[in-house]
Design a protein around this ligand. Sequence first.
Ligand code: MRU
Length: 335
Amino acid sequence: MICTVNRDSDTLYYDTARNRLCLIDQTRLPGEFVTLSLHTVEEIEEAIRLLRIRGAPALGVAVAIGLAVLANEMHPYDSALLREYAKRILNTRPTAVNLRWAAERMLEHAESQKALQDEALRVWQEDIDTCRRIGEQGSALLRDGDSVLTHCNAGRLAAVRYGTALAPIYVAAEQGKRVHVFVDETRPLLQGARLTAYELVQAGIPVTLMCDNMAASLLANHRIRAVLVGADRIARNGDTANKVGSLGLAVIAKRVSVPFYVCAPFSTVDFDCQNGRDIPIEMRDGSEITELWYQKRMTPRNISVYNPAFDVIPADLISAFVTERGIIKPQDLSS
Ligand code: MRU
């Protein structure tokens, strides 16, 4: 399979010549642009757990390439060991279903190292094609001069090349439409401030940053065409887990009649989850809230901290899903 990798801008890729999973270390952005080349299970687990690579589609691609790399490092190849590695990697982050989706897909091709490598390259290329189609579908919802609100980072850095929620913005820009993006910081890990702001500035897209608690005021007082977010897991009834804070935005958007769109590939739909209550929510370390971004700790010692990484948007707050297969109402998702 021939894949045209853009090593200067793709978030992650398979360096088949060196057998490495290559990725931009997102914990270093926006200050430093550092790429990592990984080839051990410990490195891959660490990169996912620490969010060096993050965003549901990118995580799926990382698992696919990671497993192919690990298989190719085995002499002789041992498919039972590969299954153990897959289990270890799946334990790193529980909410994004794309990890499981990619691991299951790869293990169906575990008969040889060559089959795994080919499949990983297919998963990578499909992510580019799928996100591009999401962008084309979503750009039809946008007009020149519109403003939109997004949350967290569901852009290029959350996938291989286009992202999901920001793909419509990139395609609209290619079509000559100028769309202004508002993004909130996205506490506690600042994916909005560090990553979305960074990639949109790099792309020359107008972007305004605000704190998370300013979204209600923005939506109530400014003309915002739509809220566009990504998804980590979509249950079959349309309930959707995404970065914590998405639920609040959906409630506010409904109150002020601004459409709320979830942009995601079908690989993010988990047909085994009947509804949002079945979606496991990752809980993260409290230090992300109490001290991570401060020069000194800002809270009393021993304070108990509530730090879920995701929340669930009930399907009735979602105007539609923007997918590679078209724009789909929540009630039509599983038909
Ligand atoms: O914790 P993160 O940074 O992996 O969370 C990312 C999100 O919540 C994204 O919105 C989601 O994965 C979709 S990315 C296209």
